[in-house]
Design a protein around this ligand. Structure first.
Ligand code: AMP
Length: 282
């Protein structure tokens, strides 16, 4: 696997590869890789002649400084995993390489309603930071295909909007969430959970499944209330439990039985904030 820390070196490599008519798949990550990330690499490998992963813990998208400082870094293991997965190249830039003029510049992306709900509401500025780094990565790498996880459902919608804003020809592929055997969505942040917290954490999956199995047409507040209780019983401090239109993320309080829905959760297991979501009807 080719490892690049410098934009110019990566671009030289890509130029050569494109002479041979390669199609390029990009898998952007923040490292501390797990099987969920590797499933994105696999999908890219199936659909492209060249797969590039990036590892960059993006300071611009952390609204909570402590979360940024505690974000797990396991670069040596990450490199081993990427080599074993057959990834062609890794872009592992420094903050200065991505943001030569600092990361607090006043660029603003028009994300509209999407930025005012759920993660947008509870993590102010987060999606602007996501757009900044994605804008930069897309500009540097110019991928044909982009692979991201449904685990970050709203992020996929934001990036889809960004591709429109940038008039980027890259195609976004939203990939299924990989889960641990007990249902917990794989996440780099899971490594911060102690044994008791790890056991509690499965309540998020249980709450989402409860919603999926029990939702009925009509008012959905009782099913939300019950799922909140399931989380609170396992020591979660809840940011939100929401049932929303799967395409717009507008909250749904009364379901007509046909509208496509997604259930979304963000909650703290003590210090560690976890998110997950589930499509409720297809
Ligand atoms: P992160 O390193 O957390 O920024 O994640 C990098 C990419 O991997 C994002 O597109 C995530 O949505 C995706 N991802 C994270 N966890 C999972 C998972 N459990 N299954 C599939 N994709 C995931």
């Amino acid at each position: 696997m080719n490892l690049f820390k410098k934009t110019g070196h990566l671009q030289g490599y890509l130029q050569e590869a494109r002479k041979q008519g390669s199609s390029t798949g990009l898998v952007p990550t923040m490292g501390a890789l797990h099987a969920g990330h590797l499933s994105l690499i696999n999908q890219s490998k199936q659909q492209n002649s060249l797969t590039i992963a990036s590892i960059f813990v993006n300071p611009a998208q952390f609204n909570d400084k402590k979360d940024f400082e505690k974000y797990p870094v396991t670069i040596e293991k990450d490199i081993e995993l990427l080599v074993a997965a057959g990834c062609d190249a890794l872009f592992w830039p420094t903050v200065e390489e991505i943001y030569p003029n600092g990361y607090t510049s006043p660029v603003h992306y028009e994300l509209g309603y999407l930025e005012t709900v759920l993660e947008g509401k509870y993590r102010p500025g987060h999606f602007q930071g996501v757009c900044r780094v994605m804008d930069r990565l897309l500009d540097i790498i110019q991928p044909d295909n982009l692979y991201m996880g449904q685990k970050d459902y709203q992020q996929c919608m934001v990036v889809s909007r960004l591709l429109n804003i940038m008039q980027s020809p890259a195609v976004l592929h939203t990939c299924a969430t990989l889960r641990e055997p007990d249902g917990l969505a794989m996440s780099s942040r899971n490594t911060r959970l102690n044994e008791n917290e790890r056991e509690n954490a499965v309540a998020i999956f249980a709450a989402l499944q409860f919603i999926k199995e029990n939702i009925q047409p009509g008012n959905v507040s009782a099913v939300i209330e019950q799922s909140r209780r399931m989380l609170e019983e396992k020591e979660f401090r809840i940011d939100y439990v929401a049932i929303a239109d799967a395409e717009t993320l507008e909250p749904v309080m009364n379901w007509d039985g046909r509208q496509k829905l997604s259930a979304l959760v963000a909650a703290f297991q003590h210090e560690v904030r976890l998110i997950d979501n589930m499509l409720l009807n297809g």
